[in-house]
Design a protein around this ligand. Sequence first.
Ligand code: IPM
Ligand code: MG
Length: 356
Amino acid sequence: MDYRIALIPGDGIGPEVIEQTVRVLDKIGNKYGHRFLFTGVPAGGCAIDGTGECLPAKTIEVCRESDAVLLGAVGGPKWDHLPGKERPEMALLGLRGALGLFANLRPAILFEQLADACPLKPELVSGGLDIVVVRELTGGIYFGEKDTVQTADGMEAYDVERYSEMEVRRIAKVAFDMAMKRNRRVTSVDKANVLESSRLWRRVVTEVAADYPEVELNHFYVDNAAMQLVREPKQFDVIVTSNIFGDILSDEASQVTGSIGMLPSASLATGNFGMYEPVHGSAPDIAGKDLANPMATILSAAMMLRYTFGLLEEADAVEAAVGSVLSAGYRTADIAKEGEDIIGTKRCGDLIVDAI
Ligand code: IPM
Ligand code: MG
């Protein structure tokens, strides 16, 4: 079968990690008899340089006509001087909004082979960690009314946190459905002791839970959740939370695993459409040097195979190939221990392709 993929290499190490991921997908295509048809489109800093806009209309159009989007990373120091609305990162928000990508899945997995990269005491993570943060991605303070205005006392700026029942219900369902396929625990994170929007959040999540009697639900305030993630991370299975709390907690959860450079993500719309990207950013300091770890992007492609294309065996094959390369002791610079030999981006891609 044919699958159409919009490819957004972006900036920094984005193009390098995407290149290796395309090779992996081509190998999967050959082995299992699929064709992945890629259309490269610009977004982020390179799009600003080429077209004057971080997210050209044509890019959105190509994404809409595709079955899925695979993105490297956007942003870099070259564009840091630009005002907020013109920064490359706005391309991400624009894509999320335009493509209706309301559900962001960010797995935080402790790879057994990299267990000593975890900054927590071994007894806190023995047996591994497998948490998924389900972050609401198209609502809340990121997309609420915002402005900077002149007042008698100087400038004033505001960003409104606002959630509708519909928005909370649909993300809660994603989290409960996910929990049903995992360890059947959902932790909903809010700030219901202070925020009106969080009180609505908590009520709606509790209502949705009634349809999932097998899933155990608990509620944490966000400050407590941040603390519990480092105190006793194994208590978590699925964490569901708002856009801004999910931004913060997903970085924390990924760092707890010690291998943020390994972690993939999926941003899903209603139906099967999704955008897939590594959790790490554009890492401009190592761009173009064949030093980046392509595994997070390759694992994002595995999520694409699983969630958008329903190709479960193929997704497992990609993940197993990454696992076998780690087990054989190969390490890119970001995950190597002192004194260990390191491999570059291309070699890492070669090894994974060969392992499939
Ligand atoms: C993320 C990033 C983005 C966000 C930025 C780059 C806009 O931090 O995907 O987590 O805040 O959502
Ligand atoms: Mg973030």
